[in-house]
Design a protein around this ligand. Structure first.
Ligand code: GLA
Length: 652
């Protein structure tokens, strides 16, 4: 009877017929993705009562840009209604949010940019006949700081059925990288730095059907080539530049490659590439897993496109206390020597296993008394530990601030530089090349002084594992420091986390990563265009063909390894799209088209905006296909959350 009365009342008043009013806050918000915090029911993102421009709202959801919620309308939905705005609790005039409502791909509502203190805007969109809705609270182009976004009194007026939130619809994991051909192809880098008189080891990254027979012309004195395995070894020559021609042959063909060995002071003339255990294995890492990672780096073909370092992160030492009794024990012996835990019985044997492939080994410690995971740090044993690492045969050291804050002395930037300068100096004096990776999360604008204290790379921000939903934003931030990027000096936005990784917060077992296929291509492309260190940090044992196709495209990697070492500049940055342009040593350029929006879009690059004149030849690097010559611009469809990457100009 009640329902009939309501029906008659609605018809009489010309109102939409709503059999039920379903609050947005009653949907499962686990599928809502947002740039900061977690969604709150009937509260702001920080848990306070909702209020927009002084007007209180008792119901709704409080979220934070950039936030995205997909909803399957699950029946006949007449309307979606809400009041939207920046919550007063944002407390900053930097807060700005743009709300959008999209149904079946069509934008039905756009609030424009809303600032703190501005009155809420009414959303009231008809949805009859629609199936899927997307609610967006975007950062309005100026970053997402303070962007507390409210969907107040948000309701679905349903004629029938019930709306449900859904995960982002699946994308096809399309394989873009063509499989390597049977003929040999020698991959970059084209330059390699080393210090005179130190042990030299370099596996020539080469795809093609094995066995391959290698040759080298004009090798400097002290170096020799293992012709069957393609590994250069020996002792680095006296200071100088040596132009070597490398050759690789099999019954399908022969490749030759100009390779410059630069013996001098500088290491890491191109961004270091490799694998690091952290985001896959956390405090479960063992000697056996490290060996397996090295085996797999070769077996999967990663070593053939340039991945080289096999790096242990935290948790190889003893801890004062830990759930795993095999990781608990004395931190040092009676001579002050650092002790490995029982999962690492023989470090020299482990590095020998890695070196036997021509690969390199990385290790980790902290200048503090304890590492970030609570294991023995290097504090007051700096020189001793560096000697130990060199004796064990390590080629890279990640030096992680962690507990050092508790013992640091000095003021301001000097306080931050001190432990790194100390280790930088110590490593200079070691009898082998050890690349130094500064890990202190970007404190004190480390990009400005990381090279000065002896680092070859430095993390520019906190752990990316905590911010995987912000890969585009983290990259854009990292690219702001592009002026300090160059040969031997690399901004490090953290590791590539695709394939199987563990949840960084819970240090879980590896599971499929939360990024969609397009986002994974974008992740790799951003890192290549920025000339960032390329360390894969997922489970090597569960690498699948799709993940390998993202990690192992030699034409993309050549952009990362380009000897000019330039980080791309960002052009045409809009709410959803941007371009990245990187100069390359041969005069050509790499151009990335990025779409961080929820829907495919067309992006145009005009040569004039890129500083280019005249027709340009284009090559699609993911597909490894020439596209032809284009007079003054190029427009391409870019998938949702994805990218297109081109080489522009002369060379392949
Ligand atoms: C910090 C670093 C990570 C990782 C962990 C290990 O969080 O930033 O990269 O090394 O410590 O505990």
């Amino acid at each position: 009877m009640k329902a009939l009365l309501r029906l008659l009342a609605c018809l009489g008043a010309g109102l939409p017929l709503a059999a039920a009013t379903i609050p947005l806050s009653s949907l499962d918000l686990a599928h809502l993705r947002q740039g900061w915090g977690t969604p709150q029911i009937d509260r702001t993102v920080t848990g306070k009562p909702m209020s927009i421009a002084g007007h209180p709202y008792a119901a709704g959801i409080g979220t934070h840009a950039r936030s995205v919620l997909w909803v399957d309308l699950g029946g006949t939905c007449d309307r979606f209604q809400a009041w939207v705005g920046v919550d007063d609790a944002a407390g900053s005039d930097k807060a700005s949010v743009r709300f959008q409502v999209v149904a079946d791909g069509e934008k039905l509502f756009d609030s424009g940019v809303r600032h703190s203190g501005e009155a809420a805007v009414r959303v009231d969109v008809p949805l009859t006949g629609r199936r899927e809705l997307v609610l967006l609270a975007l950062g309005a182009g100026d970053g997402i700081d303070f962007d507390h976004a409210d969907w107040a009194e948000a309701v679905f007026l349903m004629a029938s059925g019930h709306p449900v939130s859904i995960p982002v619809p699946d994308e096809e994991p399309v394989m873009l990288t063509p499989p390597p051909g049977p003929a040999p192809r020698i991959n970059g880098p084209t330059v390699h730095g080393c210090r005179p008189g130190h042990p030299f080891l370099y596996r020539i990254p080469t795809t093609g059907e094995r066995p391959i027979r290698f040759a080298a012309e004009a090798l400097p004195d002290g170096l020799h080539l293992d012709r069957d395995r393609g590994i250069l070894g020996g002792t680095a020559p006296v200071a100088g530049e040596y132009d070597v021609t490398l050759r690789a042959a099999n019954p399908h063909g022969e490749a030759s490659f100009r390779f410059r060995i630069v013996a001098g002071d500088k290491l890491a003339l191109t961004p270091p590439m490799g694998w690091n255990h952290w985001y896959a294995h956390y405090n479960r890492i063992t000697d056996a897993m490290m060996r397996e990672a090295a085996d797999l780096m070769v077996r999967t073909g990663m070593a053939d496109v340039g991945y080289q370092y096999v790096s242990i992160d935290d948790c190889w030492m003893n801890a004062p206390k830990h759930d795993d009794p095999l990781r608990v024990g004395p931190l040092r012996d009676e001579h002050g020597e650092i002790l490995c835990n029982r999962h690492f019985p023989d470090m020299p044997a482990l590095t020998a296993h890695i070196h036997a492939y021509g690969l390199k080994a990385g290790i980790y410690t902290s200048p503090g008394p304890l590492t970030c995971a609570g294991f023995a740090g290097t504090y007051q044993h700096e020189e001793q530990d560096a000697r130990t690492f060199a004796r064990w045969g390590f080629d890279l050291l990640k030096y992680d601030w962690c507990s050092y804050g508790g013992v640091a002395t000095g003021e301001g930037r000097e306080r931050l530089m001190k432990p790194y300068r100390q280790m930088g100096d110590i490593l200079q004096g070691m009898p082998r090349d050890i690349v130094l990776n500064l890990c202190q999360y970007g404190m004190g604008d480390v990009w400005e002084w990381g090279a000065e204290v002896g680092g070859q790379s430095w993390r520019t921000a906190g752990d990316l594992g905590f911010e995987l939903n912000r890969v585009f934003e983290v990259a854009l931030k990292n690219a702001e420091h592009r002026a300090w990027n160059g040969p031997g000096a690399w901004n490090d936005p953290d590791y590539i986390q695709i394939g199987h990784i563990g949840n960084a917060r819970g240090m879980g077992e590896p599971v499929p990563c939360p990024l969609g296929p397009n986002e994974q291509y974008a992740f790799m492309s951003l890192w290549c265009l920025m000339a960032a260190p390329l360390f894969y940090s997922g489970d090597m044992a569960s690498l699948d063909p799709f993940t390998l196709n993202v990690l192992c495209n030699p034409e993309l990697i050549a952009i990362n390894q380009d000897p000019l070492g330039q980080c791309a500049r960002v052009i045409d940055l809009n709410e959803e799209t941007f371009l990245m342009l990187k100069d390359l040593a041969d005069g050509s350029k790499a151009l990335g088209f990025f779409n961080r929006g929820e829907f495919p879009t067309r992006i145009t690059a005009a040569w004039s905006a890129l500083g280019l004149a005249g027709p340009q030849s284009l090559r699609d690097l993911w597909r490894q296909q020439d596209l032809g010559r284009f007079r003054d611009r190029y427009t391409t469809e870019v998938p949702r959350r994805g990218c297109v990457v081109l080489r522009v100009g002369s060379a392949k």
